[in-house]
Write a protein that binds this ligand. Structure first.
Ligand code: KG4
Ligand code: ZN
Length: 355
C-alpha cells in the first residue's frame, strides 16, 4: 500500500525533481542507472566474463556474480549521477522474464532498498523496457522519440518480437519466434564456427571483411508475423559438414564470408517479416531494440527500410541496445507518473506467460 506521505510527495513533484534508480539483473549483466525525469545521469553495467569459458551463460554462476556486483554497481551509479540515496523518488527493477536466480538478486535488493528508504517500488517487464529505451534522453542523445502507435522489432538473446506499441504499457506482440531468438541464431552459429561467446558481436565484426553473397542458406516459411531460426542452425551444420569433408580448413579459409552470409540471412529473415507487418499496421514510426539491434548490417538495412516505406526509423545508441538499467529506470519513470506502483510481495517470473 502506498503511504499518504508518498502520495502527497508524488502529487507535487515536478518532472525534474523525479529521480528514479533502475536495477537490471535478468541475465548476465548487473546494471544500475539513475535518471532525472527521462534524462540519464548514470548507467553502470558490470558484465560477467566467467561465462566465456562455458560458451554460454551458466545460471548459477550468473546469480553468484550478481550478488558480488550489485552493491558496488548501485553505489557507482549513485556517485556517477551525483545523487544521494535520500533524494531518490522510487526504485524500478526488472521482475522478468529472465533467469530466476539472477532476477532474485535484483528483486531482493530493490525491495530492501525501497523499504529502507521508504520510497515506492516499481516492477518492470524486461521486454517492454527494451522498447521503452527509445524514450531515454541523455546529453549526447537529445532526440524526438517514436510517436504512438509505432512498430518495434525487439531482437535479443532470448526473444524476437514484432510489437505494436500503442502506448508506453500498451504493447501488443503481433509476431514472435516459435523457437530460437535472433541472438541465439548468431550465438549458436558462432559456436559452430569456433568463435567465442557471445558470438553476435564477433560475427558482426568479421562480417565487415566478408562477402554477404558468398553462400546462401534457406529461409524459413512461417505463417503470419512469426519467426523461426532453428532450421537455419541445422542447415548451416549440414552445409559445413559437407564442405569440411572436402576441405578440413574450409571454416578458417572462409570465416569472414561465412559470417557475412549468415548475418545477411538473419537480417533478411528479420526484415522481410517486419516489412510485412508495416504493410498491415498503419504506423508512421518504426523502431529497433534489443542486443541484436547493435548489429551493423541490421541497422543499415532497417534505416533503408524506413526510407523505402517513408517511415521514421528509430535506432538506439549502442549502450542502450544490450541489457542496461537505464531502460528499466525510464520505464519506471512512466509508471511512477501513472502511480502504478508495486508491492513488497512482487515475485520474479522467468517467462512472460507467468506474469
Ligand atoms: O538484449 P541483450 O543484451 O540480452 C537479452 O535480453 O537477451 O541481447 C544479447 C544478445 C546476444 O545474443 C548477443 O550475441 C547479441 O545480443 N548481440 C549482437 C550484437 N551485439 C549483441 N548480435 C549481433 N550483432 C551484434 N553487434
Ligand atoms: Zn535484454
Amino acid at each position: 500500500m502506498i503511504s499518504l506521505r508518498i502520495f502527497a510527495k508524488m502529487m507535487k513533484e515536478r518532472t525534474e525533481d523525479i529521480y528514479i534508480l533502475g536495477i537490471e539483473s535478468s541475465c548476465d549483466d548487473t546494471s544500475a542507472a539513475v535518471l532525472q525525469g527521462t534524462t540519464m545521469l548514470s548507467n553502470v553495467i558490470a558484465g560477467q566474463k566467467v561465462h566465456e569459458a562455458y560458451g554460454g551463460v551458466v545460471p548459477e554462476l550468473a546469480s553468484r556474480a550478481h550478488q558480488q556486483n550489485i552493491v558496488p554497481v548501485i553505489d557507482k551509479a549513485l556517485k556517477d549521477a551525483n545523487v544521494v540515496k535520500e533524494n531518490l523518488s522510487a526504485i524500478a527493477f526488472t521482475r522478468g522474464p529472465g533467469l530466476l536466480g539472477s532476477l532474485l538478486v535484483g528483486v531482493s535488493f530493490a525491495k530492501t532498498f525501497s523499504l529502507g528508504l521508504d520510497i515506492p517500488l516499481i516492477e518492470i517487464d524486461h521486454l517492454q523496457a527494451h522498447v521503452l529505451a527509445h524514450f531515454i534522453q541523455d546529453e549526447q542523445w537529445r532526440h524526438d522519440p517514436p510517436k504512438f502507435p509505432f512498430l518495434c522489432l525487439t531482437v535479443s538473446g532470448g526473444h524476437t518480437q514484432i510489437v505494436l506499441v500503442k502506448d508506453y504499457f500498451d504493447q501488443q506482440i503481433v509476431g514472435k519466434t516459435i523457437d530460437d531468438a535472433a541472438g541465439e541464431a548468431f550465438d549458436k552459429t558462432a559456436k559452430i564456427l569456433g568463435l567465442p561467446y557471445p558470438g553476435g558481436p564477433v560475427i558482426d565484426k568479421l562480417a565487415q571483411q566478408g562477402n554477404p553473397n558468398a553462400f546462401s542458406f534457406p529461409k524459413p516459411n512461417i505463417s503470419d508475423f512469426d519467426y523461426s531460426f532453428s532450421g537455419l542452425k541445422t542447415s548451416i551444420l549440414y552445409f559445413l559438414r559437407d564442405r569440411l569433408k572436402e576441405n578440413p580448413n574450409f571454416i578458417e579459409q572462409n570465416r569472414e564470408d561465412l559470417c557475412a552470409s549468415i548475418q545477411k540471412t538473419i537480417v533478411d529473415i528479420l526484415l522481410k517479416k517486419f516489412e510485412k507487418a508495416i504493410l498491415q499496421y498503419d504506423v508512421r514510426d518504426i523502431a529497433l531494440a534489443g542486443g541484436v539491434s547493435a548489429n551493423g548490417a541490421l541497422r543499415t538495412a532497417f534505416s533503408e527500410l524506413g526510407e523505402k516505406r517513408a517511415l521514421n526509423a528509430h535506432l538506439l545508441p549502442f549502450k542502450y541496445t544490450t541489457d542496461n538499467a537505464t531502460m528499466i529506470a525510464v520505464s519506471g519513470f512512466f509508471k511512477y507518473q501513472k502511480g502504478d506502483l508495486s508491492e513488497q510481495s512482487a515475485k520474479p517470473y522467468s517467462r512472460s506467460s507467468e506474469r
